[in-house]
Design a protein around this ligand. Sequence first.
Ligand SMILES: [Zn+2]
Length: 458
Amino acid sequence: MKYLFLTAFLLTGMGMVCAQNNDSLVIRKIADEILTNGQAYNNLRILCKQIGPRLSGSAQAARAVDFTFRKMKEMGADTVFLQECMVPHWVRGKKEEARILYPNGTNRSLKVCALGNSVGTPEKGLTASVIEVRSFAELEELGAEKIRGHIVFFNYRMNPLFVNTFRAYGDAYQYRGSGPAIAAKFGAIGVMIRSLASNDDDHPHTGTTEYVDSIRKIPAIALSTNDADILSRELKKRIAIRVFFKTNCRMLADVKSYNVVGELKGTEFPNEIVTVGGHLDSWDLAEGAHDDGAGCVQSMEIISTFKALAIQPRRTIRVVMFMNEENGSRGGDKYAEIARTAEDKKFIFALESDAGGFTPRGFGFTASTSQKARIWEWKKLFEPYGICEFYDGGDGADIEPLGKMGTALAGLVPDSQRYFDVHHAETDVLEAVSVRELKLGAINMAALIYLASEYGMN
Ligand SMILES: [Zn+2]
């Protein structure tokens, strides 16, 4: 990098101190540049407001590819290129309908959305009585006899006792991910889940469900958390209610899409690659501001910032807009597949920001013990910018396949308290992102990428 005048002293104790001082000066410059001239929020505005929801295979996803390709060129990346990959093309179709049907002929509508990748209902919708369960064990206990022909309602609340909301999400995920496949095994004709959300409101949250090929695919929807409570309350009254729901979604043939890669070529070790990115696709209900427009624009910010400060990295930096994290992970798989066959290159480090554009709190690292020992020496450099914790363990869904080939991985860890209020719901919009918080994330990411490209990962 440009600020290399102390390299000669690196091996002496004095040199180490100076290097740290120099690094802290460079990082200060990075921070000042982003705080005064940062473009991340403006770029996020374009992704959210001009382009909008960017589900894989959609016209907007294609526009996002074009926009970020052009933008990274404009920022001065040495090269920008596309990596072709085939992605699933799931479409929601017309807005879903759902109602509680009372025995006296009245009804009450419910706020729902189809789960991603799910099959649609028959044209006339599904009508059946509902069996509410809170766990797979309860389902098992009831058995096929009681479940056959009914709609199963997984009313599992994200556990509020986990301070880190990602733990609660990980814990509750099984009901969205596997609930429909498991309920179908017992003969259910449809599944409703309580939205994976940490707040109580009227917005259903979508997200992928994973069918099993050998089991019948049944329609699956999420209810808003408020409506999950209402349905549960009505079921407890033990009057003979039924539920009607109709979804219009379907899976079309795969379509061609792309990862977008912007590169700053390394001056000394161009074949050692430091990767940083987020995923460009989002769910169709949302602008995908926190998930994961934020991670994309924070990553691109590294190119404009390094260019503005004339920082020339010693190792090659690749800023990657991954495609299809939400309902297939094809982009992440493709990136690793290409990396595996590029024998002249070494993918030494990868960082992903896919946990929201909130105030950064830390980084999590998945790396060898000796790599972590070195990385931990950098920790102090981040404290002025709000990062006080380095955690053992961390990555991102798109970079995880790289980890299997020995790449050291990291994930940005922002404050998690509000993420699951908006995650995969129509409330994940630009207005939910703070300019300052977004910038702080970008600063810390740029600082980490600077250090990784400067010192490598040996
Ligand atoms: Zn995401």
